[in-house]
Design a protein around this ligand. Structure first.
Ligand SMILES: Nc1ncnc2c1ncn2[C@@H]1O[C@H](COP(=O)(O)OP(=O)(O)OP(=O)(O)O)[C@@H](O)[C@H]1O
Length: 359
């Protein structure tokens, strides 16, 4: 076996290693930085610094085991990719600009539960608290944020290579929807999503931000992994509807955030109830099946319970987030959510806003 064949064997072996708890392999998750072969010496560099220590050890061990099947005369070295070994463009510390103070991931297990609606209104509400807010629409399967924010194009580039943000309701905004033609479906693959997230963080002119809210695609997977790697979020928020099928998926997403070492700030229950405008009563139209409190780590309160309200759907289609409307009770609910999130992320609130957060 010559060096080239040996290298191929190593890559094949690495591609057969599934990331613990997932069905995807570690290569497609972007964890293998480099395979270097010199004579009978093989060096595998792994990019693991964004993972919890225990997970790093587990992946190292799986790689050692898999490469143990190579011929006896091959000497194997498995190492952590060092900052020097990682090219500048792939260095995660280059991806998130130091001017972006906090990153908040908004996820959901299921699609259609209102994750984008919550991301948009939360971002607008955070901006109303006087914070400098960015909104990154990373939902590659349904980038709805531009429409919900009433924006359809990006301003022209001023600087070569730098991507400008759009701005609406005091929020700087970028969306995968700006990068593809309308109605064009793209089958996003691991390396593409990896590159996309890195670009969204490193090449966008975010400027100074107190918080960057990231609307993730539903489910668990590549984008969250890439965000963990390049953005290192300080917190995650999960949006869920009060029913077992939504919770089942949300708990999987919670486990994913845990594995990626992203602290879960809490859950937002959307469409929790409906107030009839004729009889004024609260109606529940989802089965109120929530996990037992111990599954959620003991005493548990949602960070917000939002009603089903057609005004939210109309506002989304019209590109006028309800959170921007100072006279709307729905806006009050998003302001309360924003204050709680701000406190948990230790964002700089003025005194009035901070007192409201404890209310
Ligand atoms: N509380 C609510 N009351 C009424 N309509 C809502 C509410 N929340 C969301 N909607 C509507 O439900 C639809 C789905 O919401 P949204 O796009 O925010 O979900 P999502 O979880 O981001 O979906 P996906 O990620 O699958 O694209 C939208 O039409 C939105 O306007």
């Amino acid at each position: 076996m010559n060096e080239q064949e040996l290298k191929q064997r190593v890559w094949q072996a690495l591609k057969r290693i599934t990331y613990p708890g997932y069905t995807r392999d570690i290569v497609s998750f972007g964890l293998v930085e480099r395979v270097h072969v010199e004579g009978r010496q093989v060096t595998v560099s792994l990019m693991l610094s964004h993972l919890p220590a225990q997970r790093q050890e587990e992946v190292m061990r799986l790689v050692q085991e898999a490469l143990g099947a190579l011929p006896d005369d091959v000497v194997i070295r498995v190492e952590h990719a060092t900052q020097q070994a990682v090219s500048a463009s792939q260095d995660p510390s280059h991806a998130r600009p130091p001017t972006v103070r906090r990153v908040l991931a908004v996820g959901s297990g299921k699609g259609g539960v209102g994750k984008s609606t919550v991301s948009v209104n939360l971002a607008v509400a955070l901006a109303r608290l006087g914070l400098r807010v960015g909104l990154l629409d990373a939902d590659v399967y349904g980038p709805n944020v531009p429409r919900m924010m009433g924006v359809d194009t990006l301003p022209p580039r001023r600087q070569r290579g730098r991507i400008p943000t759009a701005e609406a309701y005091g929020v700087r905004l970028i969306s995968v929807g700006f990068m593809v033609q309308p109605n064009q479906a793209i089958a996003w693959r691991g390396p593409m999503t990896d590159k996309l997230i890195r670009q969204f963080l490193a090449d966008v002119e975010w400027g100074d931000l107190d918080v960057l809210v990231v609307d993730l695609p539903p489910g668990t997977g590549d984008i969250a992994m890439a965000l963990a790697k390049y953005g290192r979020p300080e917190g995650a928020l999960l949006v869920v509807t009060p029913q077992a099928v939504a919770w089942d998926d949300a708990l999987k997403a919670a486990t994913m955030f845990h594995k990626l070492d992203i602290p879960l700030l809490g859950f937002v229950e959307n469409m929790a109830y409906f107030v009839c405008d004729e009889c004024g009563k609260r109606h529940l139209f989802f089965p109120q099946n929530r996990p037992a409190p111990e599954v959620l780590g003991g005493e548990w309160q949602p960070l917000a319970q939002l009603p089903f309200d057609p005004a939210l759907a109309f506002a989304g289609d019209a590109g006028r987030p309800v959170a921007a409307d100072e006279n709307s009770p729905l806006a009050d609910a998003f302001m309360a959510l924003a204050r709680r999130v701000a406190l948990r992320l230790d964002l700089p609130l003025n005194k009035d806003a901070e007192e409201g957060a404890h209310a």
